[in-house]
Design a protein around this ligand. Structure first.
Ligand code: HEM
Length: 507
Protein backbone atom coordinates (compact mmCIF):
# COMPACT_ATOMS: atom_id res chain seq x y z
CA UNK A 1 0.00 0.00 0.00
CA UNK A 2 1.66 3.24 -1.07
CA UNK A 3 1.78 5.89 1.60
CA UNK A 4 1.24 9.45 0.45
CA UNK A 5 2.38 12.13 2.88
CA UNK A 6 2.06 15.83 2.34
CA UNK A 7 4.21 18.28 4.27
CA UNK A 8 1.34 18.76 6.67
CA UNK A 9 1.00 15.06 7.44
CA UNK A 10 4.63 13.96 7.42
CA UNK A 11 5.46 12.43 10.79
CA UNK A 12 7.45 14.90 12.82
CA UNK A 13 9.15 11.98 14.61
CA UNK A 14 11.73 12.23 11.89
CA UNK A 15 12.70 15.76 12.82
CA UNK A 16 15.01 16.66 15.58
CA UNK A 17 13.27 17.72 18.78
CA UNK A 18 15.24 20.94 19.20
CA UNK A 19 13.06 22.49 16.49
CA UNK A 20 10.25 22.79 18.98
CA UNK A 21 12.03 23.04 22.36
CA UNK A 22 13.78 26.43 22.58
CA UNK A 23 15.42 25.49 25.90
CA UNK A 24 16.31 21.93 25.04
CA UNK A 25 19.76 22.39 26.57
CA UNK A 26 18.13 22.49 30.03
CA UNK A 27 16.76 18.96 29.59
CA UNK A 28 19.34 16.33 30.67
CA UNK A 29 20.59 13.58 28.38
CA UNK A 30 22.70 10.48 29.10
CA UNK A 31 26.43 11.05 29.61
CA UNK A 32 28.98 9.94 27.00
CA UNK A 33 27.01 11.18 23.98
CA UNK A 34 28.87 10.35 20.78
CA UNK A 35 29.13 12.70 17.79
CA UNK A 36 26.88 11.52 14.92
CA UNK A 37 25.71 8.42 16.77
CA UNK A 38 24.15 10.04 19.84
CA UNK A 39 23.27 8.18 23.05
CA UNK A 40 23.97 4.68 21.84
CA UNK A 41 26.48 3.45 24.42
CA UNK A 42 25.10 0.70 26.62
CA UNK A 43 21.74 0.52 24.83
CA UNK A 44 20.15 -2.62 23.52
CA UNK A 45 18.35 -2.21 20.19
CA UNK A 46 15.88 -4.93 21.13
CA UNK A 47 14.70 -3.22 24.32
CA UNK A 48 14.48 0.54 23.70
CA UNK A 49 11.66 0.98 26.18
CA UNK A 50 13.39 -0.75 29.05
CA UNK A 51 16.56 1.20 28.24
CA UNK A 52 14.55 4.42 28.47
CA UNK A 53 13.22 3.39 31.87
CA UNK A 54 16.82 2.88 33.05
CA UNK A 55 17.78 6.34 31.76
CA UNK A 56 14.68 7.82 33.37
CA UNK A 57 15.75 6.65 36.81
CA UNK A 58 19.09 8.40 36.38
CA UNK A 59 18.04 11.53 34.55
CA UNK A 60 14.76 12.50 36.21
CA UNK A 61 11.17 13.40 35.20
CA UNK A 62 12.06 14.82 31.78
CA UNK A 63 15.07 13.83 29.69
CA UNK A 64 16.16 13.37 26.10
CA UNK A 65 17.88 10.73 24.05
CA UNK A 66 19.53 11.09 20.69
CA UNK A 67 19.70 8.27 18.16
CA UNK A 68 21.80 9.33 15.18
CA UNK A 69 20.23 12.51 13.80
CA UNK A 70 17.05 12.34 15.88
CA UNK A 71 16.47 13.61 19.36
CA UNK A 72 13.49 12.58 21.50
CA UNK A 73 12.18 14.11 24.70
CA UNK A 74 10.75 11.68 27.27
CA UNK A 75 8.48 12.75 30.10
CA UNK A 76 7.28 10.81 33.13
CA UNK A 77 7.06 13.16 36.14
CA UNK A 78 3.50 13.30 37.51
CA UNK A 79 3.21 17.08 37.32
CA UNK A 80 4.48 17.18 33.74
CA UNK A 81 2.20 14.36 32.59
CA UNK A 82 -0.83 15.95 34.28
CA UNK A 83 -0.08 19.11 32.30
CA UNK A 84 0.30 17.13 29.06
CA UNK A 85 -3.19 15.72 29.69
CA UNK A 86 -4.66 19.22 29.23
CA UNK A 87 -6.56 18.75 25.99
CA UNK A 88 -6.87 22.48 25.37
CA UNK A 89 -3.06 22.78 24.91
CA UNK A 90 -1.92 19.28 23.94
CA UNK A 91 -3.10 16.51 21.65
CA UNK A 92 -1.97 13.08 20.48
CA UNK A 93 1.18 13.15 18.42
CA UNK A 94 1.50 10.54 15.69
CA UNK A 95 5.22 9.91 15.63
CA UNK A 96 7.92 7.32 16.16
CA UNK A 97 6.53 3.76 16.22
CA UNK A 98 2.94 4.87 15.61
CA UNK A 99 3.90 6.81 12.47
CA UNK A 100 5.90 3.78 11.31
CA UNK A 101 2.63 1.85 11.24
CA UNK A 102 1.05 4.25 8.74
CA UNK A 103 1.94 2.08 5.73
CA UNK A 104 -0.23 -0.69 7.14
CA UNK A 105 -2.90 1.17 9.14
CA UNK A 106 -3.03 4.53 7.28
CA UNK A 107 -5.73 6.80 8.63
CA UNK A 108 -7.28 4.03 10.74
CA UNK A 109 -8.29 5.18 14.22
CA UNK A 110 -4.98 4.47 15.95
CA UNK A 111 -2.64 5.98 13.37
CA UNK A 112 -4.78 8.84 12.02
CA UNK A 113 -3.42 12.37 12.37
CA UNK A 114 -5.68 14.57 14.45
CA UNK A 115 -6.64 16.72 11.48
CA UNK A 116 -7.66 13.81 9.23
CA UNK A 117 -11.45 13.84 8.80
CA UNK A 118 -11.59 10.05 8.90
CA UNK A 119 -10.61 10.06 12.59
CA UNK A 120 -13.76 11.87 13.79
CA UNK A 121 -15.94 10.00 11.29
CA UNK A 122 -14.69 6.56 12.37
CA UNK A 123 -14.67 7.51 16.05
CA UNK A 124 -18.33 8.59 15.96
CA UNK A 125 -19.42 5.60 13.88
CA UNK A 126 -17.52 3.01 15.95
CA UNK A 127 -17.77 4.32 19.53
CA UNK A 128 -21.29 2.84 20.03
CA UNK A 129 -19.66 -0.54 19.29
CA UNK A 130 -18.11 -0.23 22.76
CA UNK A 131 -21.19 0.86 24.70
CA UNK A 132 -22.51 -1.22 27.58
CA UNK A 133 -25.16 -2.85 25.36
CA UNK A 134 -22.60 -3.78 22.74
CA UNK A 135 -20.29 -5.21 25.38
CA UNK A 136 -23.10 -7.28 26.87
CA UNK A 137 -23.75 -8.71 23.40
CA UNK A 138 -20.07 -9.70 23.01
CA UNK A 139 -20.01 -11.39 26.40
CA UNK A 140 -21.33 -14.84 25.33
CA UNK A 141 -18.76 -14.97 22.50
CA UNK A 142 -15.99 -14.06 24.93
CA UNK A 143 -17.14 -16.91 27.17
CA UNK A 144 -17.14 -19.35 24.25
CA UNK A 145 -13.56 -18.44 23.28
CA UNK A 146 -12.44 -18.70 26.92
CA UNK A 147 -13.98 -22.19 26.89
CA UNK A 148 -11.66 -23.13 24.04
CA UNK A 149 -8.72 -21.95 26.09
CA UNK A 150 -9.71 -23.98 29.17
CA UNK A 151 -10.33 -27.08 26.98
CA UNK A 152 -6.79 -26.68 25.67
CA UNK A 153 -5.32 -26.06 29.13
CA UNK A 154 -7.22 -29.08 30.54
CA UNK A 155 -5.58 -31.27 27.89
CA UNK A 156 -2.12 -29.85 28.60
CA UNK A 157 -2.60 -30.27 32.32
CA UNK A 158 -3.77 -33.89 31.95
CA UNK A 159 -0.74 -34.62 29.79
CA UNK A 160 1.50 -33.15 32.51
CA UNK A 161 2.73 -30.36 30.26
CA UNK A 162 3.23 -26.73 31.24
CA UNK A 163 1.34 -24.10 29.21
CA UNK A 164 2.74 -21.37 26.95
CA UNK A 165 1.09 -18.31 28.53
CA UNK A 166 1.80 -15.51 25.99
CA UNK A 167 1.17 -17.88 23.06
CA UNK A 168 -2.18 -19.04 24.42
CA UNK A 169 -3.26 -15.56 25.55
CA UNK A 170 -2.55 -14.34 22.02
CA UNK A 171 -4.73 -17.10 20.57
CA UNK A 172 -7.50 -16.21 23.03
CA UNK A 173 -7.48 -12.46 22.44
CA UNK A 174 -7.15 -12.74 18.66
CA UNK A 175 -10.12 -15.13 18.49
CA UNK A 176 -12.11 -12.87 20.79
CA UNK A 177 -11.70 -9.66 18.78
CA UNK A 178 -12.05 -11.53 15.47
CA UNK A 179 -15.32 -13.19 16.46
CA UNK A 180 -16.93 -10.37 18.40
CA UNK A 181 -15.86 -7.66 15.99
CA UNK A 182 -15.86 -9.39 12.63
CA UNK A 183 -17.65 -12.74 12.93
CA UNK A 184 -14.39 -14.40 11.87
CA UNK A 185 -12.82 -17.58 13.24
CA UNK A 186 -9.04 -17.90 12.87
CA UNK A 187 -9.11 -21.43 14.30
CA UNK A 188 -6.19 -20.47 16.55
CA UNK A 189 -6.75 -23.25 19.08
CA UNK A 190 -6.75 -25.91 16.38
CA UNK A 191 -3.28 -24.86 15.21
CA UNK A 192 0.15 -25.86 16.48
CA UNK A 193 1.78 -22.78 15.02
CA UNK A 194 0.55 -19.17 15.11
CA UNK A 195 -1.93 -18.18 12.40
CA UNK A 196 -0.14 -16.42 9.49
CA UNK A 197 -2.05 -13.28 10.47
CA UNK A 198 -0.21 -13.27 13.83
CA UNK A 199 3.14 -13.89 12.14
CA UNK A 200 2.57 -11.03 9.69
CA UNK A 201 1.36 -8.74 12.45
CA UNK A 202 4.34 -9.47 14.70
CA UNK A 203 6.55 -8.85 11.65
CA UNK A 204 5.09 -5.40 11.00
CA UNK A 205 5.18 -4.38 14.68
CA UNK A 206 8.80 -5.49 15.03
CA UNK A 207 9.75 -3.71 11.81
CA UNK A 208 8.00 -0.51 12.95
CA UNK A 209 9.98 -0.60 16.19
CA UNK A 210 13.24 -1.31 14.38
CA UNK A 211 12.82 1.74 12.13
CA UNK A 212 13.14 3.91 15.25
CA UNK A 213 16.69 2.80 15.82
CA UNK A 214 18.19 3.04 12.32
CA UNK A 215 19.37 6.33 10.81
CA UNK A 216 18.06 5.52 7.30
CA UNK A 217 15.37 3.00 6.29
CA UNK A 218 17.68 2.00 3.42
CA UNK A 219 19.81 0.15 5.99
CA UNK A 220 17.08 -2.39 6.53
CA UNK A 221 16.19 -3.11 2.93
CA UNK A 222 15.69 -6.83 3.37
CA UNK A 223 13.50 -6.32 6.41
CA UNK A 224 11.58 -3.67 4.42
CA UNK A 225 10.84 -6.22 1.69
CA UNK A 226 9.63 -8.73 4.25
CA UNK A 227 7.50 -6.00 5.79
CA UNK A 228 5.95 -5.21 2.40
CA UNK A 229 5.07 -8.92 2.05
CA UNK A 230 3.54 -8.92 5.54
CA UNK A 231 1.43 -5.87 4.71
CA UNK A 232 0.31 -7.41 1.43
CA UNK A 233 -0.76 -10.54 3.31
CA UNK A 234 -2.70 -8.54 5.91
CA UNK A 235 -4.46 -6.58 3.17
CA UNK A 236 -5.42 -9.74 1.26
CA UNK A 237 -6.71 -11.45 4.36
CA UNK A 238 -8.80 -8.46 5.38
CA UNK A 239 -10.15 -7.94 1.86
CA UNK A 240 -11.34 -11.58 1.83
CA UNK A 241 -12.98 -11.12 5.19
CA UNK A 242 -14.79 -7.97 4.09
CA UNK A 243 -15.83 -9.52 0.75
CA UNK A 244 -17.38 -12.46 2.56
CA UNK A 245 -19.43 -10.10 4.70
CA UNK A 246 -20.68 -7.82 1.94
CA UNK A 247 -24.03 -9.13 0.88
CA UNK A 248 -24.30 -11.36 3.95
CA UNK A 249 -26.15 -10.24 7.06
CA UNK A 250 -24.03 -9.61 10.12
CA UNK A 251 -25.38 -9.22 13.63
CA UNK A 252 -24.53 -5.59 14.26
CA UNK A 253 -20.86 -6.21 15.07
CA UNK A 254 -17.98 -3.78 14.40
CA UNK A 255 -17.69 -4.83 10.76
CA UNK A 256 -21.39 -4.17 10.22
CA UNK A 257 -20.91 -0.74 11.70
CA UNK A 258 -17.96 -0.08 9.43
CA UNK A 259 -19.86 -1.18 6.33
CA UNK A 260 -23.42 -0.11 7.03
CA UNK A 261 -23.54 2.75 9.52
CA UNK A 262 -23.68 6.35 8.41
CA UNK A 263 -22.47 9.16 10.64
CA UNK A 264 -25.46 10.23 12.77
CA UNK A 265 -25.12 13.90 11.80
CA UNK A 266 -23.40 14.09 8.42
CA UNK A 267 -24.70 10.83 6.92
CA UNK A 268 -21.16 10.08 5.69
CA UNK A 269 -19.85 6.50 5.54
CA UNK A 270 -16.39 4.95 5.78
CA UNK A 271 -14.76 4.39 2.38
CA UNK A 272 -13.75 0.82 1.38
CA UNK A 273 -10.06 1.77 1.79
CA UNK A 274 -10.72 3.13 5.26
CA UNK A 275 -12.72 0.02 6.24
CA UNK A 276 -9.68 -2.10 5.33
CA UNK A 277 -7.48 0.06 7.52
CA UNK A 278 -9.91 -0.03 10.43
CA UNK A 279 -10.24 -3.83 10.27
CA UNK A 280 -6.45 -4.23 10.45
CA UNK A 281 -6.27 -1.63 13.22
CA UNK A 282 -8.89 -3.36 15.36
CA UNK A 283 -7.55 -6.85 14.78
CA UNK A 284 -4.08 -5.73 15.86
CA UNK A 285 -4.88 -3.14 18.58
CA UNK A 286 -7.70 -5.34 19.84
CA UNK A 287 -5.61 -8.32 20.83
CA UNK A 288 -1.87 -7.76 21.20
CA UNK A 289 -2.04 -5.48 24.25
CA UNK A 290 -4.76 -7.46 26.04
CA UNK A 291 -2.77 -10.63 25.52
CA UNK A 292 0.24 -9.02 27.21
CA UNK A 293 -1.89 -7.68 30.06
CA UNK A 294 -3.32 -11.14 30.76
CA UNK A 295 0.12 -12.73 30.56
CA UNK A 296 1.68 -10.31 33.06
CA UNK A 297 -1.30 -10.75 35.40
CA UNK A 298 -0.93 -14.55 35.28
CA UNK A 299 2.78 -14.22 35.96
CA UNK A 300 2.13 -12.14 39.09
CA UNK A 301 -0.69 -14.41 40.25
CA UNK A 302 1.62 -17.41 40.02
CA UNK A 303 4.28 -15.56 42.05
CA UNK A 304 1.87 -14.28 44.71
CA UNK A 305 -0.21 -17.22 45.94
CA UNK A 306 -1.81 -15.07 48.66
CA UNK A 307 -3.13 -12.66 46.00
CA UNK A 308 -4.32 -15.58 43.85
CA UNK A 309 -6.14 -17.10 46.85
CA UNK A 310 -7.90 -13.83 47.65
CA UNK A 311 -8.89 -13.32 44.02
CA UNK A 312 -10.11 -16.92 43.78
CA UNK A 313 -12.24 -16.51 46.91
CA UNK A 314 -13.85 -13.51 45.31
CA UNK A 315 -14.64 -15.42 42.13
CA UNK A 316 -16.16 -18.31 44.09
CA UNK A 317 -18.22 -15.93 46.21
CA UNK A 318 -19.49 -13.77 43.36
CA UNK A 319 -20.09 -16.46 40.74
CA UNK A 320 -21.35 -19.19 43.05
CA UNK A 321 -22.03 -22.44 41.23
CA UNK A 322 -21.86 -21.18 37.68
CA UNK A 323 -18.93 -21.52 35.34
CA UNK A 324 -20.74 -19.31 32.85
CA UNK A 325 -21.07 -15.96 34.64
CA UNK A 326 -23.40 -13.31 33.27
CA UNK A 327 -22.14 -9.96 32.02
CA UNK A 328 -22.76 -8.16 35.34
CA UNK A 329 -21.04 -10.87 37.37
CA UNK A 330 -17.76 -9.99 35.69
CA UNK A 331 -17.93 -6.33 36.64
CA UNK A 332 -18.45 -7.43 40.27
CA UNK A 333 -14.98 -8.98 40.44
CA UNK A 334 -13.46 -5.92 42.08
CA UNK A 335 -10.32 -7.57 43.42
CA UNK A 336 -9.56 -9.45 40.19
CA UNK A 337 -9.81 -6.12 38.42
CA UNK A 338 -7.29 -4.66 40.88
CA UNK A 339 -4.90 -7.49 40.02
CA UNK A 340 -5.23 -6.50 36.38
CA UNK A 341 -4.78 -2.79 37.09
CA UNK A 342 -1.69 -3.49 39.17
CA UNK A 343 -0.20 -5.63 36.36
CA UNK A 344 -0.94 -2.81 33.89
CA UNK A 345 0.68 -0.37 36.29
CA UNK A 346 3.98 -2.23 36.33
CA UNK A 347 3.83 -3.30 32.69
CA UNK A 348 1.50 -1.08 30.64
CA UNK A 349 1.53 -3.19 27.51
CA UNK A 350 1.27 -0.14 25.20
CA UNK A 351 4.13 1.46 27.11
CA UNK A 352 4.23 5.02 25.78
CA UNK A 353 2.10 7.62 24.05
CA UNK A 354 3.15 10.89 22.47
CA UNK A 355 1.69 14.37 23.06
CA UNK A 356 2.25 17.51 21.02
CA UNK A 357 1.65 21.16 21.83
CA UNK A 358 -1.26 22.56 19.82
CA UNK A 359 -0.06 26.11 20.53
CA UNK A 360 3.15 27.72 21.80
CA UNK A 361 3.09 26.91 25.51
CA UNK A 362 5.21 26.25 28.58
CA UNK A 363 5.06 22.70 29.93
CA UNK A 364 4.27 22.76 33.65
CA UNK A 365 5.47 26.37 33.76
CA UNK A 366 9.06 25.19 33.17
CA UNK A 367 9.76 24.04 29.62
CA UNK A 368 8.80 26.23 26.65
CA UNK A 369 7.40 24.26 23.70
CA UNK A 370 6.56 25.61 20.28
CA UNK A 371 3.40 24.54 18.52
CA UNK A 372 4.01 21.02 17.11
CA UNK A 373 6.80 20.16 19.59
CA UNK A 374 6.17 16.78 21.13
CA UNK A 375 7.23 14.44 23.88
CA UNK A 376 6.86 10.78 24.63
CA UNK A 377 5.11 9.92 27.91
CA UNK A 378 6.94 6.98 29.44
CA UNK A 379 4.05 5.22 31.16
CA UNK A 380 5.98 2.45 32.98
CA UNK A 381 8.07 5.08 34.75
CA UNK A 382 5.09 7.39 35.46
CA UNK A 383 3.42 4.42 37.06
CA UNK A 384 6.50 3.53 39.16
CA UNK A 385 7.33 7.04 40.36
CA UNK A 386 8.26 6.55 44.05
CA UNK A 387 6.99 10.05 44.86
CA UNK A 388 3.50 9.00 43.81
CA UNK A 389 3.44 5.26 44.41
CA UNK A 390 5.76 5.08 47.44
CA UNK A 391 9.21 3.70 48.10
CA UNK A 392 7.92 0.19 47.31
CA UNK A 393 6.62 1.22 43.86
CA UNK A 394 8.30 -1.79 42.24
CA UNK A 395 6.36 -4.22 44.43
CA UNK A 396 3.23 -5.93 43.07
CA UNK A 397 0.33 -4.97 45.34
CA UNK A 398 -3.24 -4.88 43.98
CA UNK A 399 -4.44 -2.98 47.05
CA UNK A 400 -2.98 0.13 45.48
CA UNK A 401 -6.23 0.11 43.49
CA UNK A 402 -8.45 -0.02 46.52
CA UNK A 403 -10.85 2.95 46.01
CA UNK A 404 -9.46 4.81 49.05
CA UNK A 405 -5.89 4.43 47.81
CA UNK A 406 -6.94 5.60 44.33
CA UNK A 407 -8.62 8.70 45.78
CA UNK A 408 -5.47 9.56 47.73
CA UNK A 409 -3.38 9.90 44.54
CA UNK A 410 -3.31 12.84 42.15
CA UNK A 411 -5.11 12.41 38.79
CA UNK A 412 -3.28 11.32 35.62
CA UNK A 413 -0.75 9.03 37.31
CA UNK A 414 -2.24 5.80 35.90
CA UNK A 415 -2.46 5.98 32.11
CA UNK A 416 -2.18 2.50 30.55
CA UNK A 417 -4.93 3.44 28.07
CA UNK A 418 -3.53 6.83 27.06
CA UNK A 419 -5.35 10.11 27.56
CA UNK A 420 -8.01 12.43 26.19
CA UNK A 421 -9.95 12.14 22.96
CA UNK A 422 -7.40 9.72 21.48
CA UNK A 423 -7.35 7.39 24.51
CA UNK A 424 -8.12 3.73 23.94
CA UNK A 425 -11.58 3.12 22.49
CA UNK A 426 -11.34 -0.57 23.45
CA UNK A 427 -10.62 -0.05 27.14
CA UNK A 428 -13.90 -1.50 28.44
CA UNK A 429 -13.65 -4.33 25.96
CA UNK A 430 -10.15 -5.23 27.15
CA UNK A 431 -10.99 -4.93 30.84
CA UNK A 432 -14.14 -7.01 30.53
CA UNK A 433 -12.43 -9.73 28.51
CA UNK A 434 -9.37 -9.89 30.76
CA UNK A 435 -11.35 -9.87 34.04
CA UNK A 436 -13.62 -12.61 32.74
CA UNK A 437 -10.70 -14.79 31.66
CA UNK A 438 -8.72 -14.29 34.87
CA UNK A 439 -11.85 -15.20 36.85
CA UNK A 440 -12.37 -18.39 34.83
CA UNK A 441 -8.71 -19.44 35.09
CA UNK A 442 -8.45 -18.76 38.82
CA UNK A 443 -11.58 -20.75 39.43
CA UNK A 444 -10.36 -23.73 37.47
CA UNK A 445 -6.62 -23.95 38.18
CA UNK A 446 -3.92 -23.43 40.74
CA UNK A 447 -1.10 -21.68 38.87
CA UNK A 448 2.40 -22.92 39.59
CA UNK A 449 5.39 -20.82 38.55
CA UNK A 450 8.57 -22.38 37.27
CA UNK A 451 11.02 -21.52 40.09
CA UNK A 452 13.83 -20.97 37.57
CA UNK A 453 11.90 -18.39 35.53
CA UNK A 454 13.01 -14.75 35.72
CA UNK A 455 10.68 -12.23 34.12
CA UNK A 456 12.12 -11.02 30.85
CA UNK A 457 10.12 -8.70 28.63
CA UNK A 458 10.03 -8.71 24.82
CA UNK A 459 9.39 -5.43 23.03
CA UNK A 460 7.72 -5.01 19.64
CA UNK A 461 6.08 -1.64 20.28
CA UNK A 462 4.00 -3.58 22.81
CA UNK A 463 5.33 -5.50 25.83
CA UNK A 464 5.03 -9.23 26.48
CA UNK A 465 6.64 -11.57 29.02
CA UNK A 466 9.14 -13.70 27.18
CA UNK A 467 9.08 -17.48 27.52
CA UNK A 468 6.56 -17.53 30.36
CA UNK A 469 5.25 -21.03 31.03
CA UNK A 470 3.09 -22.13 33.96
CA UNK A 471 2.24 -25.50 35.46
CA UNK A 472 -1.42 -26.05 36.24
CA UNK A 473 -3.28 -28.05 38.84
CA UNK A 474 -7.01 -28.56 38.43
CA UNK A 475 -8.90 -27.38 41.48
CA UNK A 476 -11.37 -29.63 43.24
CA UNK A 477 -14.81 -28.26 42.36
CA UNK A 478 -16.09 -27.87 45.94
CA UNK A 479 -15.28 -24.20 46.55
CA UNK A 480 -16.94 -23.24 43.34
CA UNK A 481 -20.21 -24.86 44.30
CA UNK A 482 -21.25 -22.30 46.91
CA UNK A 483 -24.21 -20.05 46.17
CA UNK A 484 -23.27 -16.47 45.33
CA UNK A 485 -23.25 -14.22 48.38
CA UNK A 486 -24.52 -10.66 48.07
CA UNK A 487 -21.89 -8.15 49.13
CA UNK A 488 -22.67 -4.43 48.95
CA UNK A 489 -19.03 -3.75 48.08
CA UNK A 490 -19.51 -5.74 44.90
CA UNK A 491 -21.96 -3.64 42.95
CA UNK A 492 -20.86 -3.82 39.31
CA UNK A 493 -18.17 -1.34 38.30
CA UNK A 494 -20.10 1.19 36.18
CA UNK A 495 -19.37 0.56 32.50
CA UNK A 496 -19.37 3.20 29.84
CA UNK A 497 -23.20 3.41 29.77
CA UNK A 498 -24.36 5.39 26.82
CA UNK A 499 -21.54 7.96 26.98
CA UNK A 500 -18.66 7.83 24.59
CA UNK A 501 -16.49 5.06 26.06
CA UNK A 502 -13.33 7.11 25.54
CA UNK A 503 -14.12 10.28 27.48
CA UNK A 504 -14.15 9.85 31.25
CA UNK A 505 -13.27 11.71 34.40
CA UNK A 506 -9.56 11.93 35.08
CA UNK A 507 -8.62 11.71 31.39
C1 HEM B 1 -4.99 -3.97 27.83
C2 HEM B 1 -5.34 -3.69 26.61
C3 HEM B 1 -5.10 -2.39 25.92
C4 HEM B 1 -4.20 -1.39 26.18
C5 HEM B 1 -3.15 -1.36 27.29
C6 HEM B 1 -4.41 -0.35 25.20
C7 HEM B 1 -3.70 0.85 25.17
C8 HEM B 1 -3.98 1.88 24.29
C9 HEM B 1 -3.33 3.18 24.33
C10 HEM B 1 -2.23 3.61 25.30
C11 HEM B 1 -3.88 3.93 23.34
C12 HEM B 1 -3.52 5.38 23.00
C13 HEM B 1 -2.34 5.43 22.07
C14 HEM B 1 -1.86 6.84 21.75
O1 HEM B 1 -2.22 7.82 22.42
O2 HEM B 1 -1.09 6.94 20.80
C15 HEM B 1 -4.85 3.10 22.66
C16 HEM B 1 -5.60 3.51 21.57
C17 HEM B 1 -6.43 2.66 20.86
N1 HEM B 1 -6.81 1.37 21.20
FE1 HEM B 1 -6.18 0.35 22.84
N2 HEM B 1 -5.42 -0.75 24.36
C18 HEM B 1 -5.87 -1.98 24.76
C19 HEM B 1 -6.90 -2.72 24.19
C20 HEM B 1 -7.59 -2.36 23.06
C21 HEM B 1 -8.68 -3.10 22.47
C22 HEM B 1 -9.26 -4.40 23.04
C23 HEM B 1 -9.06 -2.44 21.33
C24 HEM B 1 -10.16 -2.76 20.34
C25 HEM B 1 -11.10 -3.65 20.53
C26 HEM B 1 -8.22 -1.26 21.22
C27 HEM B 1 -8.28 -0.33 20.20
C28 HEM B 1 -7.64 0.89 20.23
C29 HEM B 1 -7.82 1.90 19.20
C30 HEM B 1 -8.66 1.76 17.93
C31 HEM B 1 -7.07 3.02 19.60
C32 HEM B 1 -6.97 4.36 18.89
C33 HEM B 1 -8.06 5.27 19.42
C34 HEM B 1 -8.07 6.65 18.78
O3 HEM B 1 -7.02 7.24 18.57
O4 HEM B 1 -9.17 7.11 18.51
N3 HEM B 1 -7.35 -1.25 22.29
N4 HEM B 1 -4.90 1.86 23.27
Amino acid sequence: MAETTTTATRPTGFRSAELGWPELHRIPHPPRRLPLLGDVLGVDRATPLQDSVRFARRLGPIFRRRAFNREFVFTWGAELVADLADESRFAKHVGLGVANLRPVAGDGLFTAYNHEPNWQLAHDVLAPGFSREAMAAYHPMMLAVAGQLTDHWDREQMAGRSVDVPGDMTKLTLETIARTGFGHDFGSFERDRPHPFVTAMVGTLTYAQRLNSVPFPALVRRAARRNADDIAYLNRMVDDLVRARRGARGDGDLLDRMLETAHPETGERLSPENVRRQVITFLVAGHETTSGALSFALHYLSRHPEVAARARDEVDRVWGATDAPGYDQVAKLRYVRRVLDESLRLWPTAPAFAREAVEDTVLAGQHPMRRGAWTLVLTPMLQRDPEVWGADAERFDPDRFDPKAVRSRPPHVFKPFGTGARACIGRQFALHEATLVLGLLLRRYELRADPGYRLSVTERLTLMPDGLRLHLERRAGSAAMAAPVANPDEAPVPASESRCPVHRAGD
